[in-house]
Design a protein around this ligand. Structure first.
Ligand code: GLY
Length: 345
């Protein structure tokens, strides 16, 4: 089966390729450069390293997990790129989930003032969201993703076969972003998730291809219209104002990003109703029902019970002060329409 393609028409355009068993195609593209290095994490590399067919490219491995999104690991990666004498016409292949994609993207933005990065996302979250759109970052003690750069990839290879080994927590995290994407896209995408929720949970590969393609098409269209988040791209932050606060208050890495976003999105619906922004009164219940069928928590209380994290109102309010998304709430109006509303504090 040949790969599907989606064009992203940003200032430097690039192509997303989606399919089953296609990840090695990225190395074919990498060999067109003067030299290539690969960044991965120890978990992904053990499970899937052979599928990339990296040949004699230098492979830099970081420990799995959010803690690798640090200046320490960034420096390690940059030093490794210098050791193997990559030059400005070389590239870095980022083969992993969101942490590897963000870290590899930022290292590529910085190395010799910028080399190409080829993104090969291995988690559902990275496939539907973080590998597309050029946001790269490491975390600071004072908050997530606070040091970064916009650096669009030169290409993205999305291989849904890699999702079969994803643990349920990480898969659920991706599903949170899938639901968010469908809320932003509109009725057809949301109804498809409602119709096929059980098959999606089973990770049916054909359905996954359709769903991931829909998500990246929707994201590509938004990013094309606003590459650096000056306006319309802020819609992608639906669920993130509270979502990021949840992650911070619980301690980074304890509650998966997309799970926090799903709860944040449900909260945004409630807020939207209170502020008179919500037009579709059935929407909160529809999102809640879909989240429940996909195994996602349906509110803060359920998240507290499941995670064991206190997530008190005071902790969450405090965490929101630190987040760069905290100044703006993205509130749903109806499926396919949101409104950005300034936070009242
Ligand atoms: N994940 C939101 C964005 O890429 O803008």
């Amino acid at each position: 089966m040949s790969a599907r393609t989606v064009q992203v028409r940003t200032a430097a355009p690039y192509e997303l390729r989606l399919g089953r068993g296609i990840v090695h195609e990225s190395m074919r593209a990498a060999r067109e450069y003067s030299a290539a290095a690969v960044l991965s994490d120890d978990h992904v590399w053990k499970l899937h390293g052979d599928k990339l067919q990296a040949g004699d490219a230098r492979v830099v491995i970081v420990p799995q997990g959010e803690r690798s999104k640090s200046f320490e690991q960034l420096e390690r990666v940059l030093d490794a790129l210098a050791e193997v004498r990559l030059d400005r016409r070389s590239c870095l292949v980022a083969f992993g989930g969101g942490v590897v994609g963000d870290l590899g993207g930022l290292a590529s933005a910085l190395f010799m003032r910028g080399i190409d990065v080829l993104q090969c996302p291995t988690t559902l979250l990275a496939q539907v969201d973080s590998s597309v759109g050029g946001k790269t970052a490491v975390n600071l003690r004072s908050g997530k993703n606070l040091a970064g750069a916009f650096h669009q990839p030169a290409g993205v290879w999305i291989d849904v076969d890699l999702l079969t080994t994803l643990d349920d927590q990480d898969y659920a995290s991706g599903l949170g972003e899938v639901v968010k994407s469908a809320v932003l896209a509109g009725e057809a995408d949301f109804a498809r998730l409602e119709q096929h929720a059980e098959a999606l949970l089973r990770r049916d590969p054909d359905l996954l291809l359709d769903v991931v393609e829909a998500c990246v098409r929707q994201k590509a269209a938004v990013v094309e219209s606003d590459e650096r988040e000056a306006g319309p791209r802020r819609a992608l932050n639906l669920g993130h104002t509270l979502g990021h606060a949840i992650e911070r208050a619980a301690g980074y890495g304890r509650i998966p990003h997309g799970v926090a976003v799903a709860v944040g999105m449900l909260h945004a619906c409630v807020r939207s109703a209170h502020e008179g922004v919500l037009q579709d009164r059935d929407l909160p219940a529809r999102i809640r029902r879909l989240c429940a069928r996909l195994g996602l928590p349906t509110g803060l209380d359920e998240l507290r019970t499941r995670s064991g994290a206190a997530l008190s109102e005071a902790e969450l309010a405090d965490a929101m002060q630190f987040d760069k998304k905290g100044a703006l709430w993205i509130l749903p109006v109806r499926l396919g329409e949101v409104r950005a509303v300034a936070s009242k504090g």
